[in-house]
Ligand binder design. Structure first.
Ligand SMILES: *Cc1c(COP(=O)(O)O)cnc(C)c1O
Length: 227
């Protein structure tokens, strides 16, 4: 049903446009990343045909299979999943962006395997609620990690990515997003040339945009429930 994907994509773009207005940001300020993990390639193709060009995946093998089936269309691929060190080489070679960098060791591996290719765009994943069960750098470690990434010639540090604790309470969502925005601006004030604040998903993209996000990662609202 390519029409359904196109329609839902349109609805998400309208939600973004509306949030941009309320946040007093110019139209097009927020970039939409379509999260296609656990979704079939037909839906990716449908979204691409409807104008979406940036897609995000969380599982390396799944992503590589899809990339080979979709090699005929110029997709910008983002990796947003957990990075195991034995997969760092594949990730470095097959993605344009990696948003889930949370340790110096992984950053160094990505850098090593990116040699001879254009620099890899990376974001530091922030564990904003300091949840022990979750990946991501803690607020205190972000600056150290940013300093180390800045030294790596084949990585280009673009910003921060965060997945806050799941809540439907808009006030709690807002407070967390504002904390992340604050960290982002602190890094910029320290001299890091960052341009990407990746936060907001299907359920909370509006709150994220009000708080300053300029990249939202949306799966379910575009493609429906995952398998
Ligand atoms: C799955 C995923 C998303 C998309 O979530 P939805 O609620 O389906 O929009 C966004 N970001 C990350 C890191 C994810 O793993």
């Amino acid at each position: 049903m390519p029409e359904l994907t196109a329609k839902r994509l349109q609805q998400v773009l309208e939600r973004i446009a509306n949030a941009e207005k309320i946040a007093a940001q110019p139209a097009g300020y927020v970039k939409l990343l379509a999260v296609s993990k656990k979704q079939p390639v037909e839906k990716i193709r449908a979204a691409f045909t409807a104008g979406q060009s940036a897609f995000a995946e969380s599982y390396v093998q799944e992503a590589l299979e899809k990339q080979s089936q979709l090699h005929d269309i110029p997709i910008e691929w983002h990796f947003i999943g957990n990075i195991q060190s034995n997969k760092a080489k594949l990730i470095a070679k097959h993605f344009d962006w990696v948003q889930s960098v949370s340790s110096i060791g992984i950053a160094q591996l990505l850098d090593k395997h990116r040699e001879s290719l254009p620099p890899l765009n990376v974001c530091i994943e922030v564990n904003i609620d300091d949840e022990p069960s979750k990946s991501g750098a803690t607020s205190e470690n972000i600056q150290i990690l940013a300093n180390e990434i800045a030294k790596l010639p084949h990585l280009k540090l673009r910003g921060l990515m965060a997945i806050p604790m799941r809540t439907t309470d808009p006030k709690a969502q807002r407070i967390t997003f504002e904390k992340i925005t604050c960290l982002f601006h602190t890094l910029i004030a320290k001299g890091f040339a960052l341009d990407t604040l990746s936060m907001g998903m299907s359920g909370d993209l509006d709150a994220a945009i009000f708080a300053g996000s300029n990249m939202v990662r949306v799966g379910t609202a575009i493609f429906g429930e995952r398998k």
